[in-house]
Write a protein that binds this ligand. Structure first.
Ligand code: ATP
Length: 514
């Protein structure tokens, strides 16, 4: 694909054209940073959620799943620190009147320096050929080291000033780096201000008695306030985890990257309750385990990296992001946070209810520490979808658009075609659909030439196409075609279920985590 911008545009238009993602309320010109999942998108999203749930809940004896309400008592958000501290530093450009996140402007500046490093690496790789050692080059090349030092210096200063709430220094940094408005090129900036990201709403019928509420900005707090209920009713012993998936809402300042940053999105979170003092060990454990989950989907280790936080959130004593190489560069996909006992203690203080665990082995009560894994379902969707979309040049110099979704997540597992619309072939194809639909989401198509139907399914991400032809009537065999290799083979109808199952079975994919 030509360049990253073009590729991202293709991703967005492909997502619409093939029924994956639509702009919300499109007939009214849409709503900014709000999206709807269409017929295929809803399936893909559900499959990603199930893949996460199975790995986190079903495969761990000591993790259970819950589903808490979006509305929570307003004190929750005071206690959790969100009312006072859940804000982003914003800056306006006085000329263009555009609003930006000040930290993102600085981070994007650093990302540009990073592309310079990439260029140096590429140049050197070309020059040295097979003998090129990338790690050694990065560790020793003077120019690369200079760039890296600059990035580290900038990010350290940004982290420090944000932590100290020194917003004047964040502005000074933007001015010193001569960062311009990416749209207008102007450097005429306002001061940096904090902007709270929570959406407020009201509960109750009359204006006088209505209660001010927030739409939850994360699902985690629903887990914390239920910690003791789950621990007691589930007889959970530390270490144990509580997981949930669900909607979260944030009034994001800048939201222009399709489903990467939305105002209404879905999270998949797990809070792991542990003995204080063991957080270092569990932090490493969950870093490794979550990375294995990502790698099990086969998108390749080069697409992921860890990014340890310089600036820690108000609740954390260690934090890292799993970043993914999106079409617009490496960006956060998942956060792994060591949250200490901040949340449980805060809710204990605010509610006056004890949220402690009695440890029978120690014969003592304590407030557990918490390790959190938090991934955005929509971001995971974007990672998978954008990575899967390819424009392939074939041997005969024609191109095909193919969506190489991991088969386990593909919305439709197999499409079944009669070669022609007569001679009893549609009836046989429909019978195959009837048999397979107990196990898989399958699709029947009889329109257009079979080659065209193959291409439609390639672009839709369907791993298998099954074609019924005249030979089928003689010996009960069909052609099965694989999306990625386009290889075709003749198989018995009775074997179809097992052939498909082998490729799409969650177990076979999750086993790769072992
Ligand atoms: P960012 O720095 O990108 O704003 P964050 O650090 O605020 O993200 P967390 O609060 O750690 O994010 O949320 C956990 C996960 O939820 C993120 O890793 C991301 O995948 C997802 N997420 C957060 N905000 C959004 C959003 N506005 N739209 C979609 N997904 C989001």
């Amino acid at each position: 694909m030509a360049n990253n911008d073009d590729q991202f545009k293709k991703v967005i238009s492909h997502a619409k054209e093939y029924g994956y993602v639509f702009q919300s309320s499109e007939i009214y010109d849409g709503l900014s940073a709000v999206y709807d999942y269409a017929q295929n998108g809803a399936e893909l999203k559900k499959n990603i959620r199930d893949y996460w749930w199975k790995a986190m809940v079903q495969m761990h004896d000591n993790i259970v799943g819950i589903d808490t309400a979006i509305f929570m008592h307003p004190t929750t958000w005071k206690a959790s620190g969100h009312v006072d501290a859940f804000s982003d530093p914003l800056i306006d450009n006085k000329d263009s009147k555009k609003r930006y996140r000040a930290d993102v402007l600085v981070e994007d500046y650093c990302a540009k320096i990073e592309t310079k490093i990439d260029k140096e690496v590429k140049k050197a790789a070309k020059r040295f050929g097979d003998t090129f050692n990338k790690d050694e080059f990065i560790a020793t090349n003077g120019r690369v080291l200079g760039y890296q030092e600059k990035i580290d210096g900038i990010l350290q200063r940004l982290g420090k000033s944000l932590e100290a709430e020194d917003l004047a220094d964040v502005k000074a940094l933007i001015e010193e780096l001569e960062i311009a408005d990416p749209l207008s090129g102007s450097r005429n900036w306002t001061d940096v201000k904090q902007f709270n990201l929570m959406f407020g709403t009201k509960l109750g019928a009359s204006a006088e008695t209505a209660m001010d509420l927030y739409l939850r900005p994360e699902t985690a707090q629903g887990i914390f306030v239920n910690f003791l209920n789950v621990q007691k009713t589930g007889r959970m012993k530390i270490p144990f985890g509580i997981a949930q998936t669900g909607k979260a809402f944030r009034n994001e300042i800048v939201a222009r990257q399709f489903i990467f940053r939305m105002r209404e999105f879905e999270q998949m979170e797990m809070q792991f309750f542990i003995k204080p003092g063991t957080q270092g060990k569990w932090f490493e454990y969950w870093k490794e385990t979550r990375m294995k989950w990502h790698l099990s989907l086969g998108m390749g280790p080069d697409n992921y990296r860890f990014h340890d936080h310089e600036k820690l959130a108000h609740y954390a004593d260690a934090a890292t992001d799993i970043e993914f190489k999106f079409p617009f560069g490496f960006k956060e996909l998942e956060g792994i946070h060591s949250r200490t006992d901040f949340d449980l203690k805060a809710h204990e203080n605010a509610s006056g209810k004890k949220l402690q665990y009695f440890d029978h082995e120690e014969n003592a009560s304590y407030t557990p520490y918490v390790l959190e894994t938090s991934i955005g379902l929509d971001r995971m969707f974007l990672a998978i979808f954008s990575n899967a979309l390819e424009e392939e040049t074939l041997e005969n110099n024609t191109t095909r658009t193919v969506l190489k979704l991991p088969a386990v997540l593909a919305p439709v597992k197999a499409a079944v075609f009669p070669l022609v619309k007569k001679d009893g072939l549609p009836e046989v194809a429909k019978q195959i659909i009837e048999d397979l639909k107990w196990d898989f989401n399958v699709f029947y198509d009889e329109k257009d030439a079979v080659g065209k139907r193959y291409r439609r399914q390639d672009a839709n991400g369907t791993p298998f196409c099954i074609t019924v032809d005249h030979e089928t009537l003689e010996n009960n065999t069909v052609t099965i075609r694989h999306r990625d290799t386009m290889e075709q083979s003749r198989v018995k109808i009775e074997d179809l279920r097992d052939i498909i199952k082998k490729e799409v079975d969650v177990k076979n994919w999750l086993m790769k985590m072992k």
